[in-house]
Design a binder for this molecule. Structure first.
Ligand SMILES: [Zn+2]
Length: 297
């Protein structure tokens, strides 16, 4: 099950108590379906439960029940087959079937309490959301340009700022900001999913921090290893030129400790010396050995 269908099944369990909200939710579901005209009142969906909800909601205005067809193995189509029934559905929301373009009839969203219910209906009909594990993305895919603009305006009036894009001949309003997606889910009543989203955000944040720290530590470790390799190469060069034995005791001791212990840190080399030497002392002397080796051809 996808995150989208989980969310939709959760939204389907929310039953608005106010008649105004019930109307707004039904309106959102029907208006953003595939067809909402005298010629076609239908919905195409991958979600069987949404298909059944559409059948029930549209059926309340019809003399004969809308039918659910299995368009493909993954898609359900619900349609109102009878023209008179289609007109009854349209009349219920203030349309008479002669409209040339599909537009929003704002009078079906009467009160502030209805905003979430309407968006819930619209999301059930044409919305999708990505699993937050991947990236944050919620969208409404609207079949008509003017209807898309109406929904955009409606969202903007309610303090949302959707982005708009055209994809495969459809009009898409989408959100990528986590805060906006959280607010949308909240207003639609999907509080369980808001919690889930917040959990994922916190987890991702922790994981990013851990990764950053690991990268930092690896980078430091690599630097240390690179330095040790360079020191050993220099010492071996001095050895090849027969110069190690002529070095002052102190330098010779450091050179030998480095050759025998390639994995030692500067501090560990210093501790192993007789008498022990500071980290910076070891650093300075190993640098001197490298300089000497660099001067040789
Ligand atoms: Zn209401």
């Amino acid at each position: 099950m996808s995150f989208s269908s989980d969310l939709k099944e959760d939204l389907l369990h929310i039953a608005p108590t106010n008649p105004c909200c019930l109307l707004a939710q039904s309106y959102g579901l029907l208006l953003f379906g595939r067809g909402f005209s005298a010629g076609e009142v239908s919905l195409s969906t991958e979600n069987e439960a949404v298909a059944q909800a559409y059948q029930y909601v549209a059926g309340r205005f019809c003399a004969s029940a809308p039918r659910i067809l299995r368009a493909t193995t993954r898609k359900y189509k619900v349609e109102v087959p009878d023209r008179q029934d289609r007109l009854r559905v349209l009349n219920a929301f203030g349309y008479d079937g002669t409209e040339r373009a599909r537009r929003m009839n704002w009078s079906n969203i009467q009160e502030d309490c209805c905003v979430g219910a309407f968006l819930r209906g619209a999301f059930l009909a044409c919305g999708t959301i990505n699993s937050p594990e991947k990236n944050y993305h919620l969208e409404f895919v609207v079949p008509h340009y003017n209807l898309c603009l109406d929904l955009k305006k409606f969202l903007e009036n309610n303090d949302f700022a959707p982005k708009q894009v055209r994809r495969n001949g459809l009009y898409v309003l989408y959100f990528k900001k986590t805060e906006e997606i959280q607010n949308l889910l909240t207003i639609m009543g999907a509080s369980k999913f808001v919690m889930e989203l917040i959990d994922v955000i916190i987890y991702k944040d922790i994981r990013n921090n851990v990764n950053r720290r690991l990268n930092f530590e690896n980078a430091n470790l690599n630097k240390t290893v690179d330095a040790a390799v360079r020191q050993i190469e220099s010492i071996e060069k001095l050895q090849k030129h027969g110069l190690l034995s002529s070095l002052p005791d102190e330098l010779r001791e450091i050179a030998q400790l480095r050759l025998l212990n390639p994995d030692y840190s500067l501090r560990q080399i210093g501790d192993a010396m007789q008498p022990p030497m500071s980290r910076s002392g070891v650093h300075h002397r190993l640098g001197k050995l490298c300089d000497m080796a660099d001067k040789l051809t």
